[in-house]
Design a protein around this ligand. Structure first.
Ligand code: HEM
Length: 216
């Protein structure tokens, strides 16, 4: 009989993180797709997003989607940040992270030698999660500048003008897009991380516990 059969499951992702994380997926998807529809009406660069990847059907429809779903993103994002700061989740799970540790773990990940311990983020993950939080903050601030440029003229000025705020919005969106691609690729590389992000817990394994002991 397995030695771990009677051990309780180990909780690694609290319910608020899981709920807000999975709510974020359709919200970010809708924000990206409606945003691409708005971009196509007045492109900043010499390309358009494929119509099939846009949401809303026409400029008015895309704006309606963007402004409606934006409230979901704002509420979910604000709750996540407040909860992350209040519970100590950001401090305990996303920090410390140094350029050196990110470089080391990136090299290990690229050579498929990076060990993943469920319930503990490696330096690449920590850096990516902090990066996506920063992109989210920039997206919201630049988005507010574009949405209400008259009322929030001081915010527009902080970005160096309306046109620059549009570029910041675009690049922050690209940062989120890049994050999603790398993030999903990492989940595909370590599929055992997927189910615990839904259920919240893992079965303790003797092997994992031993590895923890030797590393801690
Ligand atoms: C759409 C945008 C997404 C964003 C912004 C996002 C963001 C994040 C963040 C910030 C975390 C850390 C959560 C925390 O501990 O507070 C996380 C974890 C995780 N995400 Fe996502 N995510 C996204 C999409 C996805 C998708 C599509 C998948 C499924 C393929 C996924 C699977 C996971 C898993 C499995 C973890 C836990 C990783 C681990 O335990 O090592 N995420 N995500």
């Amino acid at each position: 009989m397995e030695k771990t059969a009677k051990l309780p499951r180990v909780r690694i992702h609290p319910a608020p993180v899981r709920i807000m994380h999975w709510l974020n997926v359709p919200i970010i998807g809708a924000m990206l797709m409606s945003g691409w529809g708005i971009y196509n009406a007045s492109p900043l660069f010499g390309f358009l997003f494929p119509t099939g990847l846009t949401l809303g059907g026409w400029l008015g429809g895309s704006i309606a989607w963007h402004l409606a779903v934006m409230w979901g993103l704002a509420a979910n994002g604000a709750l996540y940040v407040i909860w992350g700061l209040w519970s100590g989740h950001f401090r305990h799970d996303f920090l410390p992270v140094t350029p050196r540790s990110v470089l080391k773990d990136t090299k290990l990940a690229l050579t498929l030698r990076l060990k993943h311990r469920l319930g503990q983020y490696n330096a690449v993950q920590k850096a990516l999660y902090l990066f996506v939080l920063l992109c989210g903050l920039l997206l919201v601030l630049s988005g507010l500048s574009i949405w209400k440029p008259v009322q929030l003229h001081y915010l527009v000025a902080a970005f160096g003008g309306f046109d620059r705020a549009r570029y910041v919005h675009f690049f922050a969106m690209s940062g989120i897009g890049l994050f999603v691609v790398i993030h999903v690729a990492m989940v595909v590389m370590v599929p055992s991380t997927f189910l615990p992000m839904i259920t919240g817990s893992v079965k303790p394994s003797v092997k994992r516990e031993q590895r923890k002991i030797t590393h801690d």
